[in-house]
Write a protein that binds this ligand. Sequence first.
Ligand code: PGD
Length: 760
Amino acid sequence: MAAHLTHWGVFEAESDGQRLTAVRPWRGDPEPTALIENVASAQHHPTRIDQPYVRQGWLEHGPGAAGRGDEPFVPVSWETVVELVSGELNRVYGEYGAEAVYGGSYGWSSAGRFHHAQSQVHRFLNCLGGYVRSVHSYSLGTSQVLLPHVIGSMGLFEGHATAKSVLVEHTELVVAFGGLSPKNSAVSPGGVSRHNTRTWIAAARARGCRFVSISPLRDDIPAEAAAEWIALRPSSDAALMLALAQVLDADGLADKDFLDRFTVGYERFIGYVRGETDGVVKDPAWAERITGLSAGRIRSLAREMAAARTMINVSWSLQRAEHGVQPLWLGVVLAAMLGQIGLPGGGFGHSYGSCAHVGEPARGQSVPRFPQGGNGVSTFIPVARIADMLLNPGEPFDFNGMRLVYPDIKLVYWCGGNPFHHHQDLARLHTAFTRPQTVVVHDAFWTATARHADVVLPATMSIERDDFGSGQNDREFFPMKALTRPHGRSRDDYAIFAELAEHIGVGKEFTEGRTVEEWLRHLYQQWRAGLDDPAVPEFDEFWDSESFTVAVPDPEQVLFADFRADPERFPLTTPSGKIEIFSETIDGFGYADTPGHPVWLEPEEWLGAATRFPLQLVANQPRTKLHSQLDVGAHSQSVKIGGREPVRLHPDDAAARGLRDGDIVRIFNDRGSCLAGLVVDDAVRPQVAQLSTGAWYDPDPADPTFCRHGNPNVLTADRPASTLSQSCAGQLALVEIEPYDGELPDVAVVRPPATVERVS
Ligand code: PGD
């Protein structure tokens, strides 16, 4: 059996050369996940792309032909498709220049450092002169913009968070805004070898640590935590946090020494909390009206936090929402008021329940990467502004203190991502995708994005190619030998780009004359030489091993311990060198939706707003797959109801609508609607509906606003979380749910699209 790394874990497999015949979790993993079952079952699924295809209208009428997303595909040979794509790239680069090509190509693709799809496409486009890129992520777009202003870097919380083993040893109280979801911390970009969420939580609990989970979903924290569930109204965390701050201040529990020495701007913030600036005291009675929680419990929680070694944890999901800046910033401010930042087990985390690598101690060495080269284009967009960019070329917009202009994109090149899964308001994206002249997509599967392309190039899965890989902060660096032959006539992204580059005349620049095997050896040897560590094996020894265990210099790392010990010698990289409770920089931007210190701002779509849509949809990460990956796999399919994604609703809300467990329901708002299968569950707060992301978008051919399968992004708004970040706010939306009484439409996306033979 050979080990293989995925973003969701390591498995061992046997193969007959074409398919995996046996799969079991890697024996080193204490908490393996069932997501590994999706791989073998999806590999040869009918939705696997078996060869190159071109959209009929584009092939017959050329670039810009109408019908994208609605037309059949024509199977073509590799020779033909290489001719077509290289000719089209030459035309667009020649006529419009590199600034007309969008290569942001956001997406998680697969584990494996060399075949990392974004690195591949970026290197290729850089060889042609560059491309318009995207910055930041759908995961963390708010944090990546806000936290440099407040604490200096987002990366600190990802790479240098206080180790989970330290929490086990020292933390007395974990206050988890957004919970500590084991389904989220089962994955990590690049892979995870040893899952440990339940293990560390159980160990902390056994030592006496208490957990409080503040979330609309009870199961956002594992049972091992035996947590108190505080089921607030979604989107109201900022109000709760302000009231906690008010109690700490009023009761004299704020650590003045810490605030004086390590922060700036506290007085301006606390003036707002006291009501000095707007006449509203942000006390528990005020927060009770917003959050739906009792003022008494808010008051006692603040006191408990001050009396214990407390870790305040804010999940990534909270910032993936309108005004997501506010609870994130307030989490830091509360931790500063408690004065425990830099102490073992205390302070702020972001987030131990959002990704497997958070709380794993930093590695002494990074692992090799495929170099991307230099981009000749400086124009960029915040990643979640893709539809705005395509719809509004030449229009200005604000972002993080800058005034930027949307470029005029003629060609979109996507490799390793699924915007028709990950973006909000998919019907709007469908319209936006009519604008470019050409869309090229590489994927292994007929995702909705592949179906919105003009040219579809079939990529291999990671089990079908040689690679190596390791997740961020993961201890193990794995050789990843191909387990099977490629499906059909699919090729590695590298092979596709190498041939296109050769055809265009930049083959040498792209490949540097190396095969995949030569690249793996070269990158490894270069990395090893840079380390100068005799413990690191030679390439051949590494390639024949199961994995190499990377050194960890400080297994008991405590975030900000240096800063706390000596703030003059180890200042933060903020303008003041301290934690910025008030940011002159942000204040200077003058954005009405992001003032200079955190505040409570009412979102457009929350349960406090009076609308025709009385349910708050929580569109969170799925439990049975990673994002939309391998949605046709056995584990993902095992929870579908009548082929639709499950939506959970509280028993009272189901009864009020005459709905029963297992019903097919229609979820709708003014942007769109989708079908889903109902699960009645009191783990969901009343007035909340939970529908995870990831069901492949399956629009009615006559109506892109209606998804027959259950993708929540037909319902979410394409509205930035803030002017500051311009990031994704897809986590929450207002909806209504009703029984679906019509004839049930087929879920067509689980079959390949229609194809036609070439006319001439
Ligand atoms: P994936 O499903 O991982 O989603 O969005 P993302 O686009 O990353 O897409 C990866 C694609 O790459 C898959 O189609 C897969 O088949 C393909 N692929 C895998 N390996 C390879 C390869 O080697 N080569 C090629 N060419 N293709 C490959 C995820 C995004 O969704 C993220 S990160 C977040 S956090 C957001 N979360 C939410 C949310 O909470 N709520 C809503 N409503 N929306 C969200 N969208 C975002």
